[in-house]
Design a protein around this ligand. Sequence first.
Ligand SMILES: Nc1nc2c(ncn2[C@@H]2O[C@H](COP(=O)(O)OP(=O)(O)OP(=O)(O)O)[C@@H](O)[C@H]2O)c(=O)[nH]1
Ligand SMILES: [Mg+2]
Length: 454
Amino acid sequence: MSGFVDEAQLHVKAGDGGAGAVAMRREAHVDKGGPDGGDGGRGGNVWLVATTNQSSLLPFRDHPHRGADNGGHGGGKKMHGARGKDLEVPVPVGTRARKADGTIMADLANAGDRWLAGEGGRGGRGNASFLANNRRAPTFAEQGEKGHEEWYNLELALVADVALVGYPNVGKSTLISRISAAKPKIADYPFTTLEPHLGVVRADDETNYTVADIPGLVEGAAEGKGLGHQFLRHITRARALVILVELDPITGVTPAEQERVLIDELRRYQPDLLERPRLVVGSKADMVAVEDLPSTVTPETFDRDELAESAAAGVDDEFHPDLVISAITGMGIPALIGRLATLVAGARTAEPEADGTIVIHRPLPDGFVVERMGDHEFAVLGKTAERAVALNDLTTDEAADYVQSRLKKLGVDKALAKAGARDGDTVHIAEMSFTWYRDQPEFTGTPTSRRRRR
Ligand SMILES: Nc1nc2c(ncn2[C@@H]2O[C@H](COP(=O)(O)OP(=O)(O)OP(=O)(O)O)[C@@H](O)[C@H]2O)c(=O)[nH]1
Ligand SMILES: [Mg+2]
Protein backbone atom coordinates (compact mmCIF):
# COMPACT_ATOMS: atom_id res chain seq x y z
CA MET A 1 0.00 0.00 0.00
CA SER A 2 1.12 3.49 -0.72
CA GLY A 3 2.36 5.55 2.22
CA PHE A 4 1.79 8.84 0.48
CA VAL A 5 -1.64 10.31 1.02
CA ASP A 6 -2.34 13.90 0.03
CA GLU A 7 -6.05 14.09 0.77
CA ALA A 8 -7.84 13.07 3.93
CA GLN A 9 -10.68 14.02 6.19
CA LEU A 10 -10.27 15.19 9.73
CA HIS A 11 -12.89 15.34 12.44
CA VAL A 12 -12.08 17.81 15.17
CA LYS A 13 -13.80 17.85 18.53
CA ALA A 14 -12.59 20.41 21.03
CA GLY A 15 -13.22 19.75 24.72
CA ASP A 16 -16.50 20.72 26.33
CA GLY A 17 -16.40 23.21 29.15
CA GLY A 18 -17.09 21.79 32.60
CA ALA A 19 -20.33 22.71 34.34
CA GLY A 20 -20.46 25.30 37.09
CA ALA A 21 -21.42 23.97 40.51
CA VAL A 22 -24.37 24.82 42.73
CA ALA A 23 -23.26 24.72 46.35
CA MET A 24 -23.90 26.62 49.59
CA ARG A 25 -21.33 27.40 52.21
CA ARG A 26 -21.66 25.42 55.40
CA GLU A 27 -19.70 26.49 58.44
CA ALA A 28 -20.32 25.77 62.08
CA HIS A 29 -20.43 29.41 63.17
CA VAL A 30 -22.16 30.86 60.07
CA ASP A 31 -25.84 30.11 60.17
CA LYS A 32 -26.68 31.09 56.60
CA GLY A 33 -23.76 30.44 54.20
CA GLY A 34 -23.74 32.08 50.77
CA PRO A 35 -23.41 30.36 47.41
CA ASP A 36 -19.95 28.93 46.83
CA GLY A 37 -20.23 26.76 43.71
CA GLY A 38 -17.09 27.10 41.56
CA ASP A 39 -16.76 27.49 37.80
CA GLY A 40 -16.23 24.67 35.34
CA GLY A 41 -12.89 24.47 33.53
CA ARG A 42 -12.43 25.41 29.90
CA GLY A 43 -12.40 22.57 27.35
CA GLY A 44 -9.12 21.90 25.55
CA ASN A 45 -8.45 23.44 22.12
CA VAL A 46 -7.47 21.43 19.07
CA TRP A 47 -4.58 22.92 17.09
CA LEU A 48 -3.10 21.83 13.81
CA VAL A 49 0.66 22.31 13.82
CA ALA A 50 2.78 22.06 10.70
CA THR A 51 5.80 19.83 11.10
CA THR A 52 8.57 18.70 8.80
CA ASN A 53 8.64 15.29 10.50
CA GLN A 54 5.64 14.19 8.56
CA SER A 55 5.17 14.15 4.83
CA SER A 56 1.87 12.40 4.35
CA LEU A 57 -1.72 12.64 5.53
CA LEU A 58 -1.78 8.86 5.92
CA PRO A 59 -2.40 8.92 9.69
CA PHE A 60 -5.79 10.53 9.05
CA ARG A 61 -6.99 7.95 6.56
CA ASP A 62 -7.86 5.29 9.12
CA HIS A 63 -8.10 7.49 12.19
CA PRO A 64 -9.72 10.80 11.30
CA HIS A 65 -10.91 11.71 14.81
CA ARG A 66 -8.95 14.10 16.99
CA GLY A 67 -10.38 15.33 20.27
CA ALA A 68 -9.15 17.44 23.17
CA ASP A 69 -10.02 16.87 26.83
CA ASN A 70 -13.12 18.25 28.46
CA GLY A 71 -12.88 20.77 31.26
CA GLY A 72 -13.57 19.55 34.79
CA HIS A 73 -16.75 20.48 36.61
CA GLY A 74 -16.73 23.11 39.29
CA GLY A 75 -17.13 22.07 42.94
CA GLY A 76 -18.12 23.43 46.33
CA LYS A 77 -15.94 25.93 48.21
CA LYS A 78 -15.46 27.81 44.94
CA MET A 79 -13.34 25.02 43.56
CA HIS A 80 -12.82 25.58 39.85
CA GLY A 81 -12.79 22.66 37.45
CA ALA A 82 -9.50 21.79 35.76
CA ARG A 83 -8.80 23.12 32.28
CA GLY A 84 -9.03 20.50 29.54
CA LYS A 85 -5.64 19.84 27.98
CA ASP A 86 -5.09 21.23 24.48
CA LEU A 87 -4.39 18.78 21.71
CA GLU A 88 -1.77 19.53 19.06
CA VAL A 89 -2.25 17.57 15.87
CA PRO A 90 0.89 17.40 13.73
CA VAL A 91 0.30 17.78 9.99
CA PRO A 92 2.86 17.96 7.20
CA VAL A 93 4.07 21.38 6.14
CA GLY A 94 1.95 22.34 3.14
CA THR A 95 -1.37 21.14 4.57
CA ARG A 96 -4.51 23.12 3.81
CA ALA A 97 -7.74 22.67 5.73
CA ARG A 98 -11.07 23.31 4.06
CA LYS A 99 -14.56 23.37 5.46
CA ALA A 100 -17.12 21.03 3.93
CA ASP A 101 -18.26 23.91 1.67
CA GLY A 102 -14.74 24.28 0.26
CA THR A 103 -13.71 27.46 2.09
CA ILE A 104 -10.00 27.40 2.87
CA MET A 105 -9.68 27.82 6.63
CA ALA A 106 -5.96 27.44 7.07
CA ASP A 107 -2.88 27.08 4.97
CA LEU A 108 0.03 25.78 7.01
CA ALA A 109 2.87 26.55 4.65
CA ASN A 110 5.76 26.89 7.12
CA ALA A 111 7.11 24.61 9.79
CA GLY A 112 5.62 25.64 13.12
CA ASP A 113 2.51 27.30 11.68
CA ARG A 114 -0.41 26.71 14.04
CA TRP A 115 -4.12 26.94 13.48
CA LEU A 116 -6.89 26.73 16.02
CA ALA A 117 -9.09 24.12 14.36
CA GLY A 118 -11.44 23.74 17.29
CA GLU A 119 -11.94 26.06 20.21
CA GLY A 120 -12.69 24.47 23.55
CA GLY A 121 -15.99 25.32 25.24
CA ARG A 122 -16.03 27.86 28.03
CA GLY A 123 -16.56 26.50 31.49
CA GLY A 124 -19.92 27.30 33.08
CA ARG A 125 -20.01 29.73 35.99
CA GLY A 126 -20.87 28.32 39.40
CA ASN A 127 -23.70 29.74 41.48
CA ALA A 128 -21.24 31.88 43.43
CA SER A 129 -21.03 34.06 40.31
CA PHE A 130 -24.76 34.76 40.32
CA LEU A 131 -24.95 36.30 43.75
CA ALA A 132 -26.75 39.67 43.54
CA ASN A 133 -28.60 42.00 45.90
CA ASN A 134 -31.92 40.55 44.87
CA ARG A 135 -30.55 37.04 44.57
CA ARG A 136 -28.91 35.99 47.83
CA ALA A 137 -28.90 32.24 47.29
CA PRO A 138 -28.95 31.39 43.59
CA THR A 139 -29.68 27.72 43.03
CA PHE A 140 -28.59 27.72 39.41
CA ALA A 141 -25.27 27.55 37.63
CA GLU A 142 -24.17 27.63 34.00
CA GLN A 143 -23.58 24.53 31.97
CA GLY A 144 -20.29 24.22 30.17
CA GLU A 145 -20.24 25.28 26.53
CA LYS A 146 -19.81 22.53 23.95
CA GLY A 147 -16.40 22.41 22.31
CA HIS A 148 -16.28 23.22 18.60
CA GLU A 149 -16.83 20.18 16.44
CA GLU A 150 -16.28 19.99 12.68
CA TRP A 151 -15.24 17.86 9.74
CA TYR A 152 -12.48 19.34 7.61
CA ASN A 153 -11.01 18.23 4.32
CA LEU A 154 -7.24 18.24 4.46
CA GLU A 155 -5.11 18.47 1.37
CA LEU A 156 -1.39 18.49 1.12
CA ALA A 157 0.68 20.33 -1.42
CA LEU A 158 4.29 19.43 -0.78
CA VAL A 159 6.51 22.34 0.02
CA ALA A 160 9.80 21.85 -1.73
CA ASP A 161 12.35 24.41 -2.81
CA VAL A 162 12.74 22.75 -6.18
CA ALA A 163 10.36 20.52 -8.14
CA LEU A 164 11.60 18.17 -10.85
CA VAL A 165 9.29 18.31 -13.81
CA GLY A 166 9.71 16.01 -16.76
CA TYR A 167 8.30 13.32 -19.02
CA PRO A 168 8.20 9.79 -17.60
CA ASN A 169 11.47 7.87 -17.61
CA VAL A 170 13.74 10.86 -18.23
CA GLY A 171 15.74 10.24 -15.05
CA LYS A 172 14.08 12.40 -12.38
CA SER A 173 14.30 9.74 -9.68
CA THR A 174 17.84 8.84 -10.62
CA LEU A 175 18.77 12.50 -10.29
CA ILE A 176 17.21 12.98 -6.86
CA SER A 177 18.86 9.80 -5.61
CA ARG A 178 22.18 11.19 -6.86
CA ILE A 179 21.91 14.61 -5.19
CA SER A 180 20.14 13.63 -1.95
CA ALA A 181 19.63 10.68 0.37
CA ALA A 182 16.21 9.93 -1.14
CA LYS A 183 15.87 6.38 -2.47
CA PRO A 184 12.96 6.31 -4.89
CA LYS A 185 12.37 3.36 -7.17
CA ILE A 186 14.22 3.67 -10.47
CA ALA A 187 13.41 1.53 -13.49
CA ASP A 188 13.56 1.59 -17.23
CA TYR A 189 9.88 2.12 -17.91
CA PRO A 190 7.55 5.11 -17.70
CA PHE A 191 5.53 5.86 -14.55
CA THR A 192 7.90 4.10 -12.20
CA THR A 193 7.34 6.85 -9.67
CA LEU A 194 3.76 6.83 -8.48
CA GLU A 195 4.02 9.33 -5.66
CA PRO A 196 6.15 12.40 -4.96
CA HIS A 197 9.35 12.09 -2.93
CA LEU A 198 11.28 14.73 -1.13
CA GLY A 199 15.04 14.80 -0.90
CA VAL A 200 17.29 17.23 0.97
CA VAL A 201 20.26 18.52 -0.98
CA ARG A 202 23.25 19.72 0.99
CA ALA A 203 24.82 22.26 -1.34
CA ASP A 204 27.52 23.29 1.12
CA ASP A 205 27.97 23.46 4.90
CA GLU A 206 25.40 26.22 5.29
CA THR A 207 23.03 25.59 2.43
CA ASN A 208 20.30 22.98 2.32
CA TYR A 209 17.32 22.85 0.06
CA THR A 210 14.59 20.33 -0.67
CA VAL A 211 13.85 18.82 -4.04
CA ALA A 212 10.61 17.04 -4.98
CA ASP A 213 10.60 14.18 -7.45
CA ILE A 214 7.18 14.31 -9.06
CA PRO A 215 5.66 11.49 -11.14
CA GLY A 216 6.20 11.99 -14.87
CA LEU A 217 4.01 14.39 -16.82
CA VAL A 218 2.71 13.86 -20.33
CA GLU A 219 0.89 16.04 -22.80
CA GLY A 220 -2.63 16.66 -21.47
CA ALA A 221 -1.59 16.27 -17.82
CA ALA A 222 -3.36 19.50 -16.90
CA GLU A 223 -6.59 17.93 -18.21
CA GLY A 224 -5.98 14.74 -16.28
CA LYS A 225 -3.95 12.56 -18.66
CA GLY A 226 -1.40 10.15 -17.29
CA LEU A 227 -0.64 10.40 -13.61
CA GLY A 228 0.27 14.03 -13.87
CA HIS A 229 -2.86 15.86 -12.94
CA GLN A 230 -3.17 14.79 -9.34
CA PHE A 231 0.47 15.60 -8.79
CA LEU A 232 0.66 18.98 -10.49
CA ARG A 233 -0.54 20.41 -7.19
CA HIS A 234 2.76 19.42 -5.62
CA ILE A 235 4.56 21.73 -7.99
CA THR A 236 2.53 24.75 -6.94
CA ARG A 237 4.59 25.53 -3.85
CA ALA A 238 8.02 24.98 -5.30
CA ARG A 239 10.29 28.02 -5.29
CA ALA A 240 12.12 26.93 -8.42
CA LEU A 241 11.55 24.36 -11.15
CA VAL A 242 13.81 22.03 -13.03
CA ILE A 243 12.46 21.12 -16.43
CA LEU A 244 14.23 17.84 -17.01
CA VAL A 245 14.40 16.84 -20.66
CA GLU A 246 15.80 13.60 -22.04
CA LEU A 247 18.40 14.48 -24.65
CA ASP A 248 18.04 11.27 -26.62
CA PRO A 249 14.52 10.02 -26.00
CA ILE A 250 13.54 6.51 -27.07
CA THR A 251 9.97 7.81 -27.30
CA GLY A 252 10.98 10.05 -30.17
CA VAL A 253 9.57 13.17 -28.49
CA THR A 254 12.40 15.58 -29.24
CA PRO A 255 13.96 17.63 -26.41
CA ALA A 256 12.49 20.87 -27.80
CA GLU A 257 9.08 19.24 -27.99
CA GLN A 258 9.35 17.92 -24.41
CA GLU A 259 10.21 21.38 -23.15
CA ARG A 260 7.37 22.99 -25.08
CA VAL A 261 4.78 20.48 -23.84
CA LEU A 262 5.92 20.69 -20.21
CA ILE A 263 5.83 24.48 -20.20
CA ASP A 264 2.41 24.34 -21.80
CA GLU A 265 1.03 21.95 -19.18
CA LEU A 266 2.33 24.14 -16.38
CA ARG A 267 0.75 27.18 -17.95
CA ARG A 268 -2.57 25.45 -18.37
CA TYR A 269 -2.56 24.18 -14.81
CA GLN A 270 -1.56 27.45 -13.17
CA PRO A 271 -0.16 30.26 -15.30
CA ASP A 272 1.94 31.85 -12.56
CA LEU A 273 4.08 28.68 -12.43
CA LEU A 274 5.90 30.13 -15.40
CA GLU A 275 7.01 33.10 -13.32
CA ARG A 276 9.01 30.83 -11.03
CA PRO A 277 12.71 30.71 -11.65
CA ARG A 278 13.53 27.59 -13.63
CA LEU A 279 16.38 25.70 -15.19
CA VAL A 280 16.01 23.66 -18.35
CA VAL A 281 18.26 20.65 -17.94
CA GLY A 282 19.12 17.96 -20.46
CA SER A 283 19.38 14.47 -18.92
CA LYS A 284 21.35 11.33 -19.75
CA ALA A 285 24.13 13.29 -21.43
CA ASP A 286 26.29 10.16 -21.33
CA MET A 287 24.05 8.74 -24.03
CA VAL A 288 24.85 11.54 -26.45
CA ALA A 289 28.05 12.01 -28.41
CA VAL A 290 30.03 15.06 -27.38
CA GLU A 291 29.70 16.75 -30.73
CA ASP A 292 25.94 16.26 -30.64
CA LEU A 293 25.42 18.07 -27.35
CA PRO A 294 23.50 21.34 -27.50
CA SER A 295 25.59 24.39 -28.22
CA THR A 296 24.68 25.97 -24.87
CA VAL A 297 26.73 23.32 -23.11
CA THR A 298 30.04 24.89 -22.12
CA PRO A 299 33.16 23.44 -20.52
CA GLU A 300 32.14 25.12 -17.22
CA THR A 301 29.06 22.99 -16.91
CA PHE A 302 31.13 19.84 -16.74
CA ASP A 303 34.27 18.25 -17.98
CA ARG A 304 33.62 17.20 -21.56
CA ASP A 305 36.44 14.71 -21.44
CA GLU A 306 34.44 12.65 -19.00
CA LEU A 307 31.69 12.15 -21.51
CA ALA A 308 31.26 8.57 -22.49
CA GLU A 309 31.50 7.56 -26.08
CA SER A 310 28.06 7.16 -27.46
CA ALA A 311 26.39 6.26 -30.67
CA ALA A 312 23.36 8.25 -29.73
CA ALA A 313 21.56 10.37 -32.22
CA GLY A 314 22.04 14.10 -32.43
CA VAL A 315 20.21 16.64 -30.32
CA ASP A 316 17.97 19.02 -32.16
CA ASP A 317 19.10 22.54 -32.91
CA GLU A 318 16.09 24.21 -31.37
CA PHE A 319 16.86 22.96 -27.90
CA HIS A 320 18.87 25.28 -25.66
CA PRO A 321 19.18 23.90 -22.15
CA ASP A 322 20.81 25.79 -19.30
CA LEU A 323 22.75 22.68 -18.38
CA VAL A 324 23.16 19.08 -19.36
CA ILE A 325 23.81 16.35 -16.83
CA SER A 326 24.29 12.67 -16.41
CA ALA A 327 22.96 11.31 -13.16
CA ILE A 328 24.77 8.05 -13.86
CA THR A 329 28.29 9.40 -14.39
CA GLY A 330 27.81 12.51 -12.24
CA MET A 331 28.67 14.92 -15.01
CA GLY A 332 27.17 18.37 -14.64
CA ILE A 333 25.81 17.47 -11.21
CA PRO A 334 27.97 19.85 -9.10
CA ALA A 335 27.06 22.67 -11.48
CA LEU A 336 23.36 21.83 -11.18
CA ILE A 337 23.52 21.71 -7.36
CA GLY A 338 25.23 25.12 -7.32
CA ARG A 339 22.85 26.78 -9.78
CA LEU A 340 19.83 25.52 -7.87
CA ALA A 341 21.28 26.77 -4.57
CA THR A 342 21.53 30.24 -6.10
CA LEU A 343 17.99 30.16 -7.48
CA VAL A 344 16.54 28.97 -4.18
CA ALA A 345 18.48 31.52 -2.14
CA GLY A 346 17.18 34.29 -4.41
CA ALA A 347 13.60 33.07 -4.13
CA ARG A 348 13.82 32.73 -0.34
CA THR A 349 15.02 36.29 0.17
CA ALA A 350 12.21 37.58 -2.03
CA GLU A 351 9.62 36.01 0.29
CA PRO A 352 7.93 37.78 3.17
CA GLU A 353 8.79 36.45 6.64
CA ALA A 354 6.26 33.97 7.96
CA ASP A 355 4.79 35.04 11.28
CA GLY A 356 4.25 31.51 12.52
CA THR A 357 0.53 31.69 13.13
CA ILE A 358 -2.11 31.20 10.51
CA VAL A 359 -5.66 32.06 11.44
CA ILE A 360 -7.85 32.67 8.48
CA HIS A 361 -11.21 32.20 10.05
CA ARG A 362 -12.61 32.03 13.54
CA PRO A 363 -14.90 29.05 14.13
CA LEU A 364 -17.93 30.94 15.45
CA PRO A 365 -18.54 34.67 15.56
CA ASP A 366 -19.51 36.12 18.93
CA GLY A 367 -22.80 37.94 19.26
CA PHE A 368 -26.01 36.52 17.85
CA VAL A 369 -28.35 36.57 14.86
CA VAL A 370 -32.08 36.02 14.63
CA GLU A 371 -33.39 33.70 11.94
CA ARG A 372 -36.98 33.11 10.99
CA MET A 373 -37.76 29.40 10.87
CA GLY A 374 -41.47 29.52 10.11
CA ASP A 375 -44.56 31.72 10.47
CA HIS A 376 -44.43 31.79 14.23
CA GLU A 377 -41.04 30.38 14.89
CA PHE A 378 -37.62 32.00 15.29
CA ALA A 379 -34.16 30.85 16.18
CA VAL A 380 -31.54 32.94 17.95
CA LEU A 381 -28.08 31.73 16.91
CA GLY A 382 -24.71 32.68 18.32
CA LYS A 383 -22.54 32.01 21.30
CA THR A 384 -23.54 34.99 23.40
CA ALA A 385 -27.24 34.22 23.34
CA GLU A 386 -26.65 30.50 23.75
CA ARG A 387 -24.55 31.13 26.84
CA ALA A 388 -27.33 33.12 28.44
CA VAL A 389 -29.69 30.15 28.45
CA ALA A 390 -27.17 27.43 29.23
CA LEU A 391 -28.08 27.05 32.88
CA ASN A 392 -28.23 23.76 34.70
CA ASP A 393 -31.78 24.38 35.85
CA LEU A 394 -34.18 26.79 34.21
CA THR A 395 -37.25 25.75 36.16
CA THR A 396 -36.76 28.04 39.13
CA ASP A 397 -38.12 31.58 38.99
CA GLU A 398 -34.81 33.17 39.79
CA ALA A 399 -33.07 31.32 36.99
CA ALA A 400 -35.80 32.31 34.53
CA ASP A 401 -35.53 35.93 35.75
CA TYR A 402 -31.81 35.85 35.22
CA VAL A 403 -32.17 34.53 31.66
CA GLN A 404 -34.81 37.09 30.77
CA SER A 405 -32.77 40.02 31.94
CA ARG A 406 -29.66 38.68 30.20
CA LEU A 407 -31.44 38.32 26.89
CA LYS A 408 -32.93 41.76 27.20
CA LYS A 409 -29.57 43.29 27.99
CA LEU A 410 -28.03 41.59 24.99
CA GLY A 411 -30.71 43.08 22.74
CA VAL A 412 -32.21 39.73 21.79
CA ASP A 413 -35.63 41.07 22.69
CA LYS A 414 -35.37 44.02 20.32
CA ALA A 415 -33.87 41.93 17.56
CA LEU A 416 -36.80 39.51 17.74
CA ALA A 417 -39.31 42.32 17.53
CA LYS A 418 -37.45 43.75 14.56
CA ALA A 419 -37.46 40.36 12.87
CA GLY A 420 -41.27 40.32 13.17
CA ALA A 421 -41.85 38.11 16.19
CA ARG A 422 -45.41 38.31 17.60
CA ASP A 423 -46.92 37.47 20.96
CA GLY A 424 -47.04 33.75 21.54
CA ASP A 425 -44.42 32.93 18.90
CA THR A 426 -41.88 30.24 19.64
CA VAL A 427 -38.23 31.18 19.98
CA HIS A 428 -35.44 28.61 20.00
CA ILE A 429 -32.11 29.34 21.62
CA ALA A 430 -29.67 26.44 21.68
CA GLU A 431 -31.63 23.52 23.11
CA MET A 432 -34.27 25.66 24.76
CA SER A 433 -37.60 26.84 23.40
CA PHE A 434 -39.44 29.88 24.76
CA THR A 435 -42.79 31.49 24.21
CA TRP A 436 -42.29 35.16 23.48
CA TYR A 437 -44.46 38.17 24.46
CA ARG A 438 -43.70 41.58 23.04
CA ASP A 439 -45.68 43.79 25.41
CA GLN A 440 -44.12 42.66 28.61
CA PRO A 441 -41.41 44.88 30.02
CA GLU A 442 -39.19 41.85 30.42
CA PHE A 443 -38.38 39.08 28.07
CA THR A 444 -41.07 36.76 29.33
CA GLY A 445 -40.19 33.56 27.64
CA THR A 446 -40.12 30.43 29.72
CA PRO A 447 -38.56 27.18 28.75
CA THR A 448 -41.27 25.05 27.22
CA SER A 449 -39.27 22.11 26.02
CA ARG A 450 -35.78 20.80 25.86
CA ARG A 451 -34.51 19.51 22.55
CA ARG A 452 -32.17 16.58 22.68
CA ARG A 453 -28.51 17.22 22.17
CA ARG A 454 -27.17 15.74 18.96
N1 LIG B 1 22.44 6.35 -19.30
C1 LIG B 1 21.74 6.96 -18.39
N2 LIG B 1 20.61 6.41 -17.93
C2 LIG B 1 19.91 7.06 -16.99
C3 LIG B 1 20.33 8.31 -16.45
N3 LIG B 1 19.43 8.71 -15.55
C4 LIG B 1 18.49 7.76 -15.49
N4 LIG B 1 18.77 6.76 -16.37
C5 LIG B 1 17.95 5.55 -16.58
O1 LIG B 1 16.68 5.93 -17.08
C6 LIG B 1 15.68 5.06 -16.60
C7 LIG B 1 14.59 5.86 -15.95
O2 LIG B 1 15.12 6.52 -14.80
P1 LIG B 1 14.18 7.05 -13.64
O3 LIG B 1 15.05 7.82 -12.73
O4 LIG B 1 13.38 5.94 -13.06
O5 LIG B 1 13.28 8.02 -14.47
P2 LIG B 1 12.05 8.92 -13.96
O6 LIG B 1 12.08 10.19 -14.68
O7 LIG B 1 12.04 8.96 -12.49
O8 LIG B 1 10.83 8.05 -14.49
P3 LIG B 1 9.31 8.03 -13.98
O9 LIG B 1 9.34 7.88 -12.49
O10 LIG B 1 8.73 6.85 -14.62
O11 LIG B 1 8.69 9.29 -14.43
C8 LIG B 1 16.37 4.10 -15.64
O12 LIG B 1 16.64 2.91 -16.31
C9 LIG B 1 17.66 4.83 -15.30
O13 LIG B 1 18.72 3.94 -14.97
C10 LIG B 1 21.55 8.87 -16.97
O14 LIG B 1 22.02 9.95 -16.59
N5 LIG B 1 22.21 8.16 -17.94
MG1 LIG C 1 10.72 8.32 -11.18
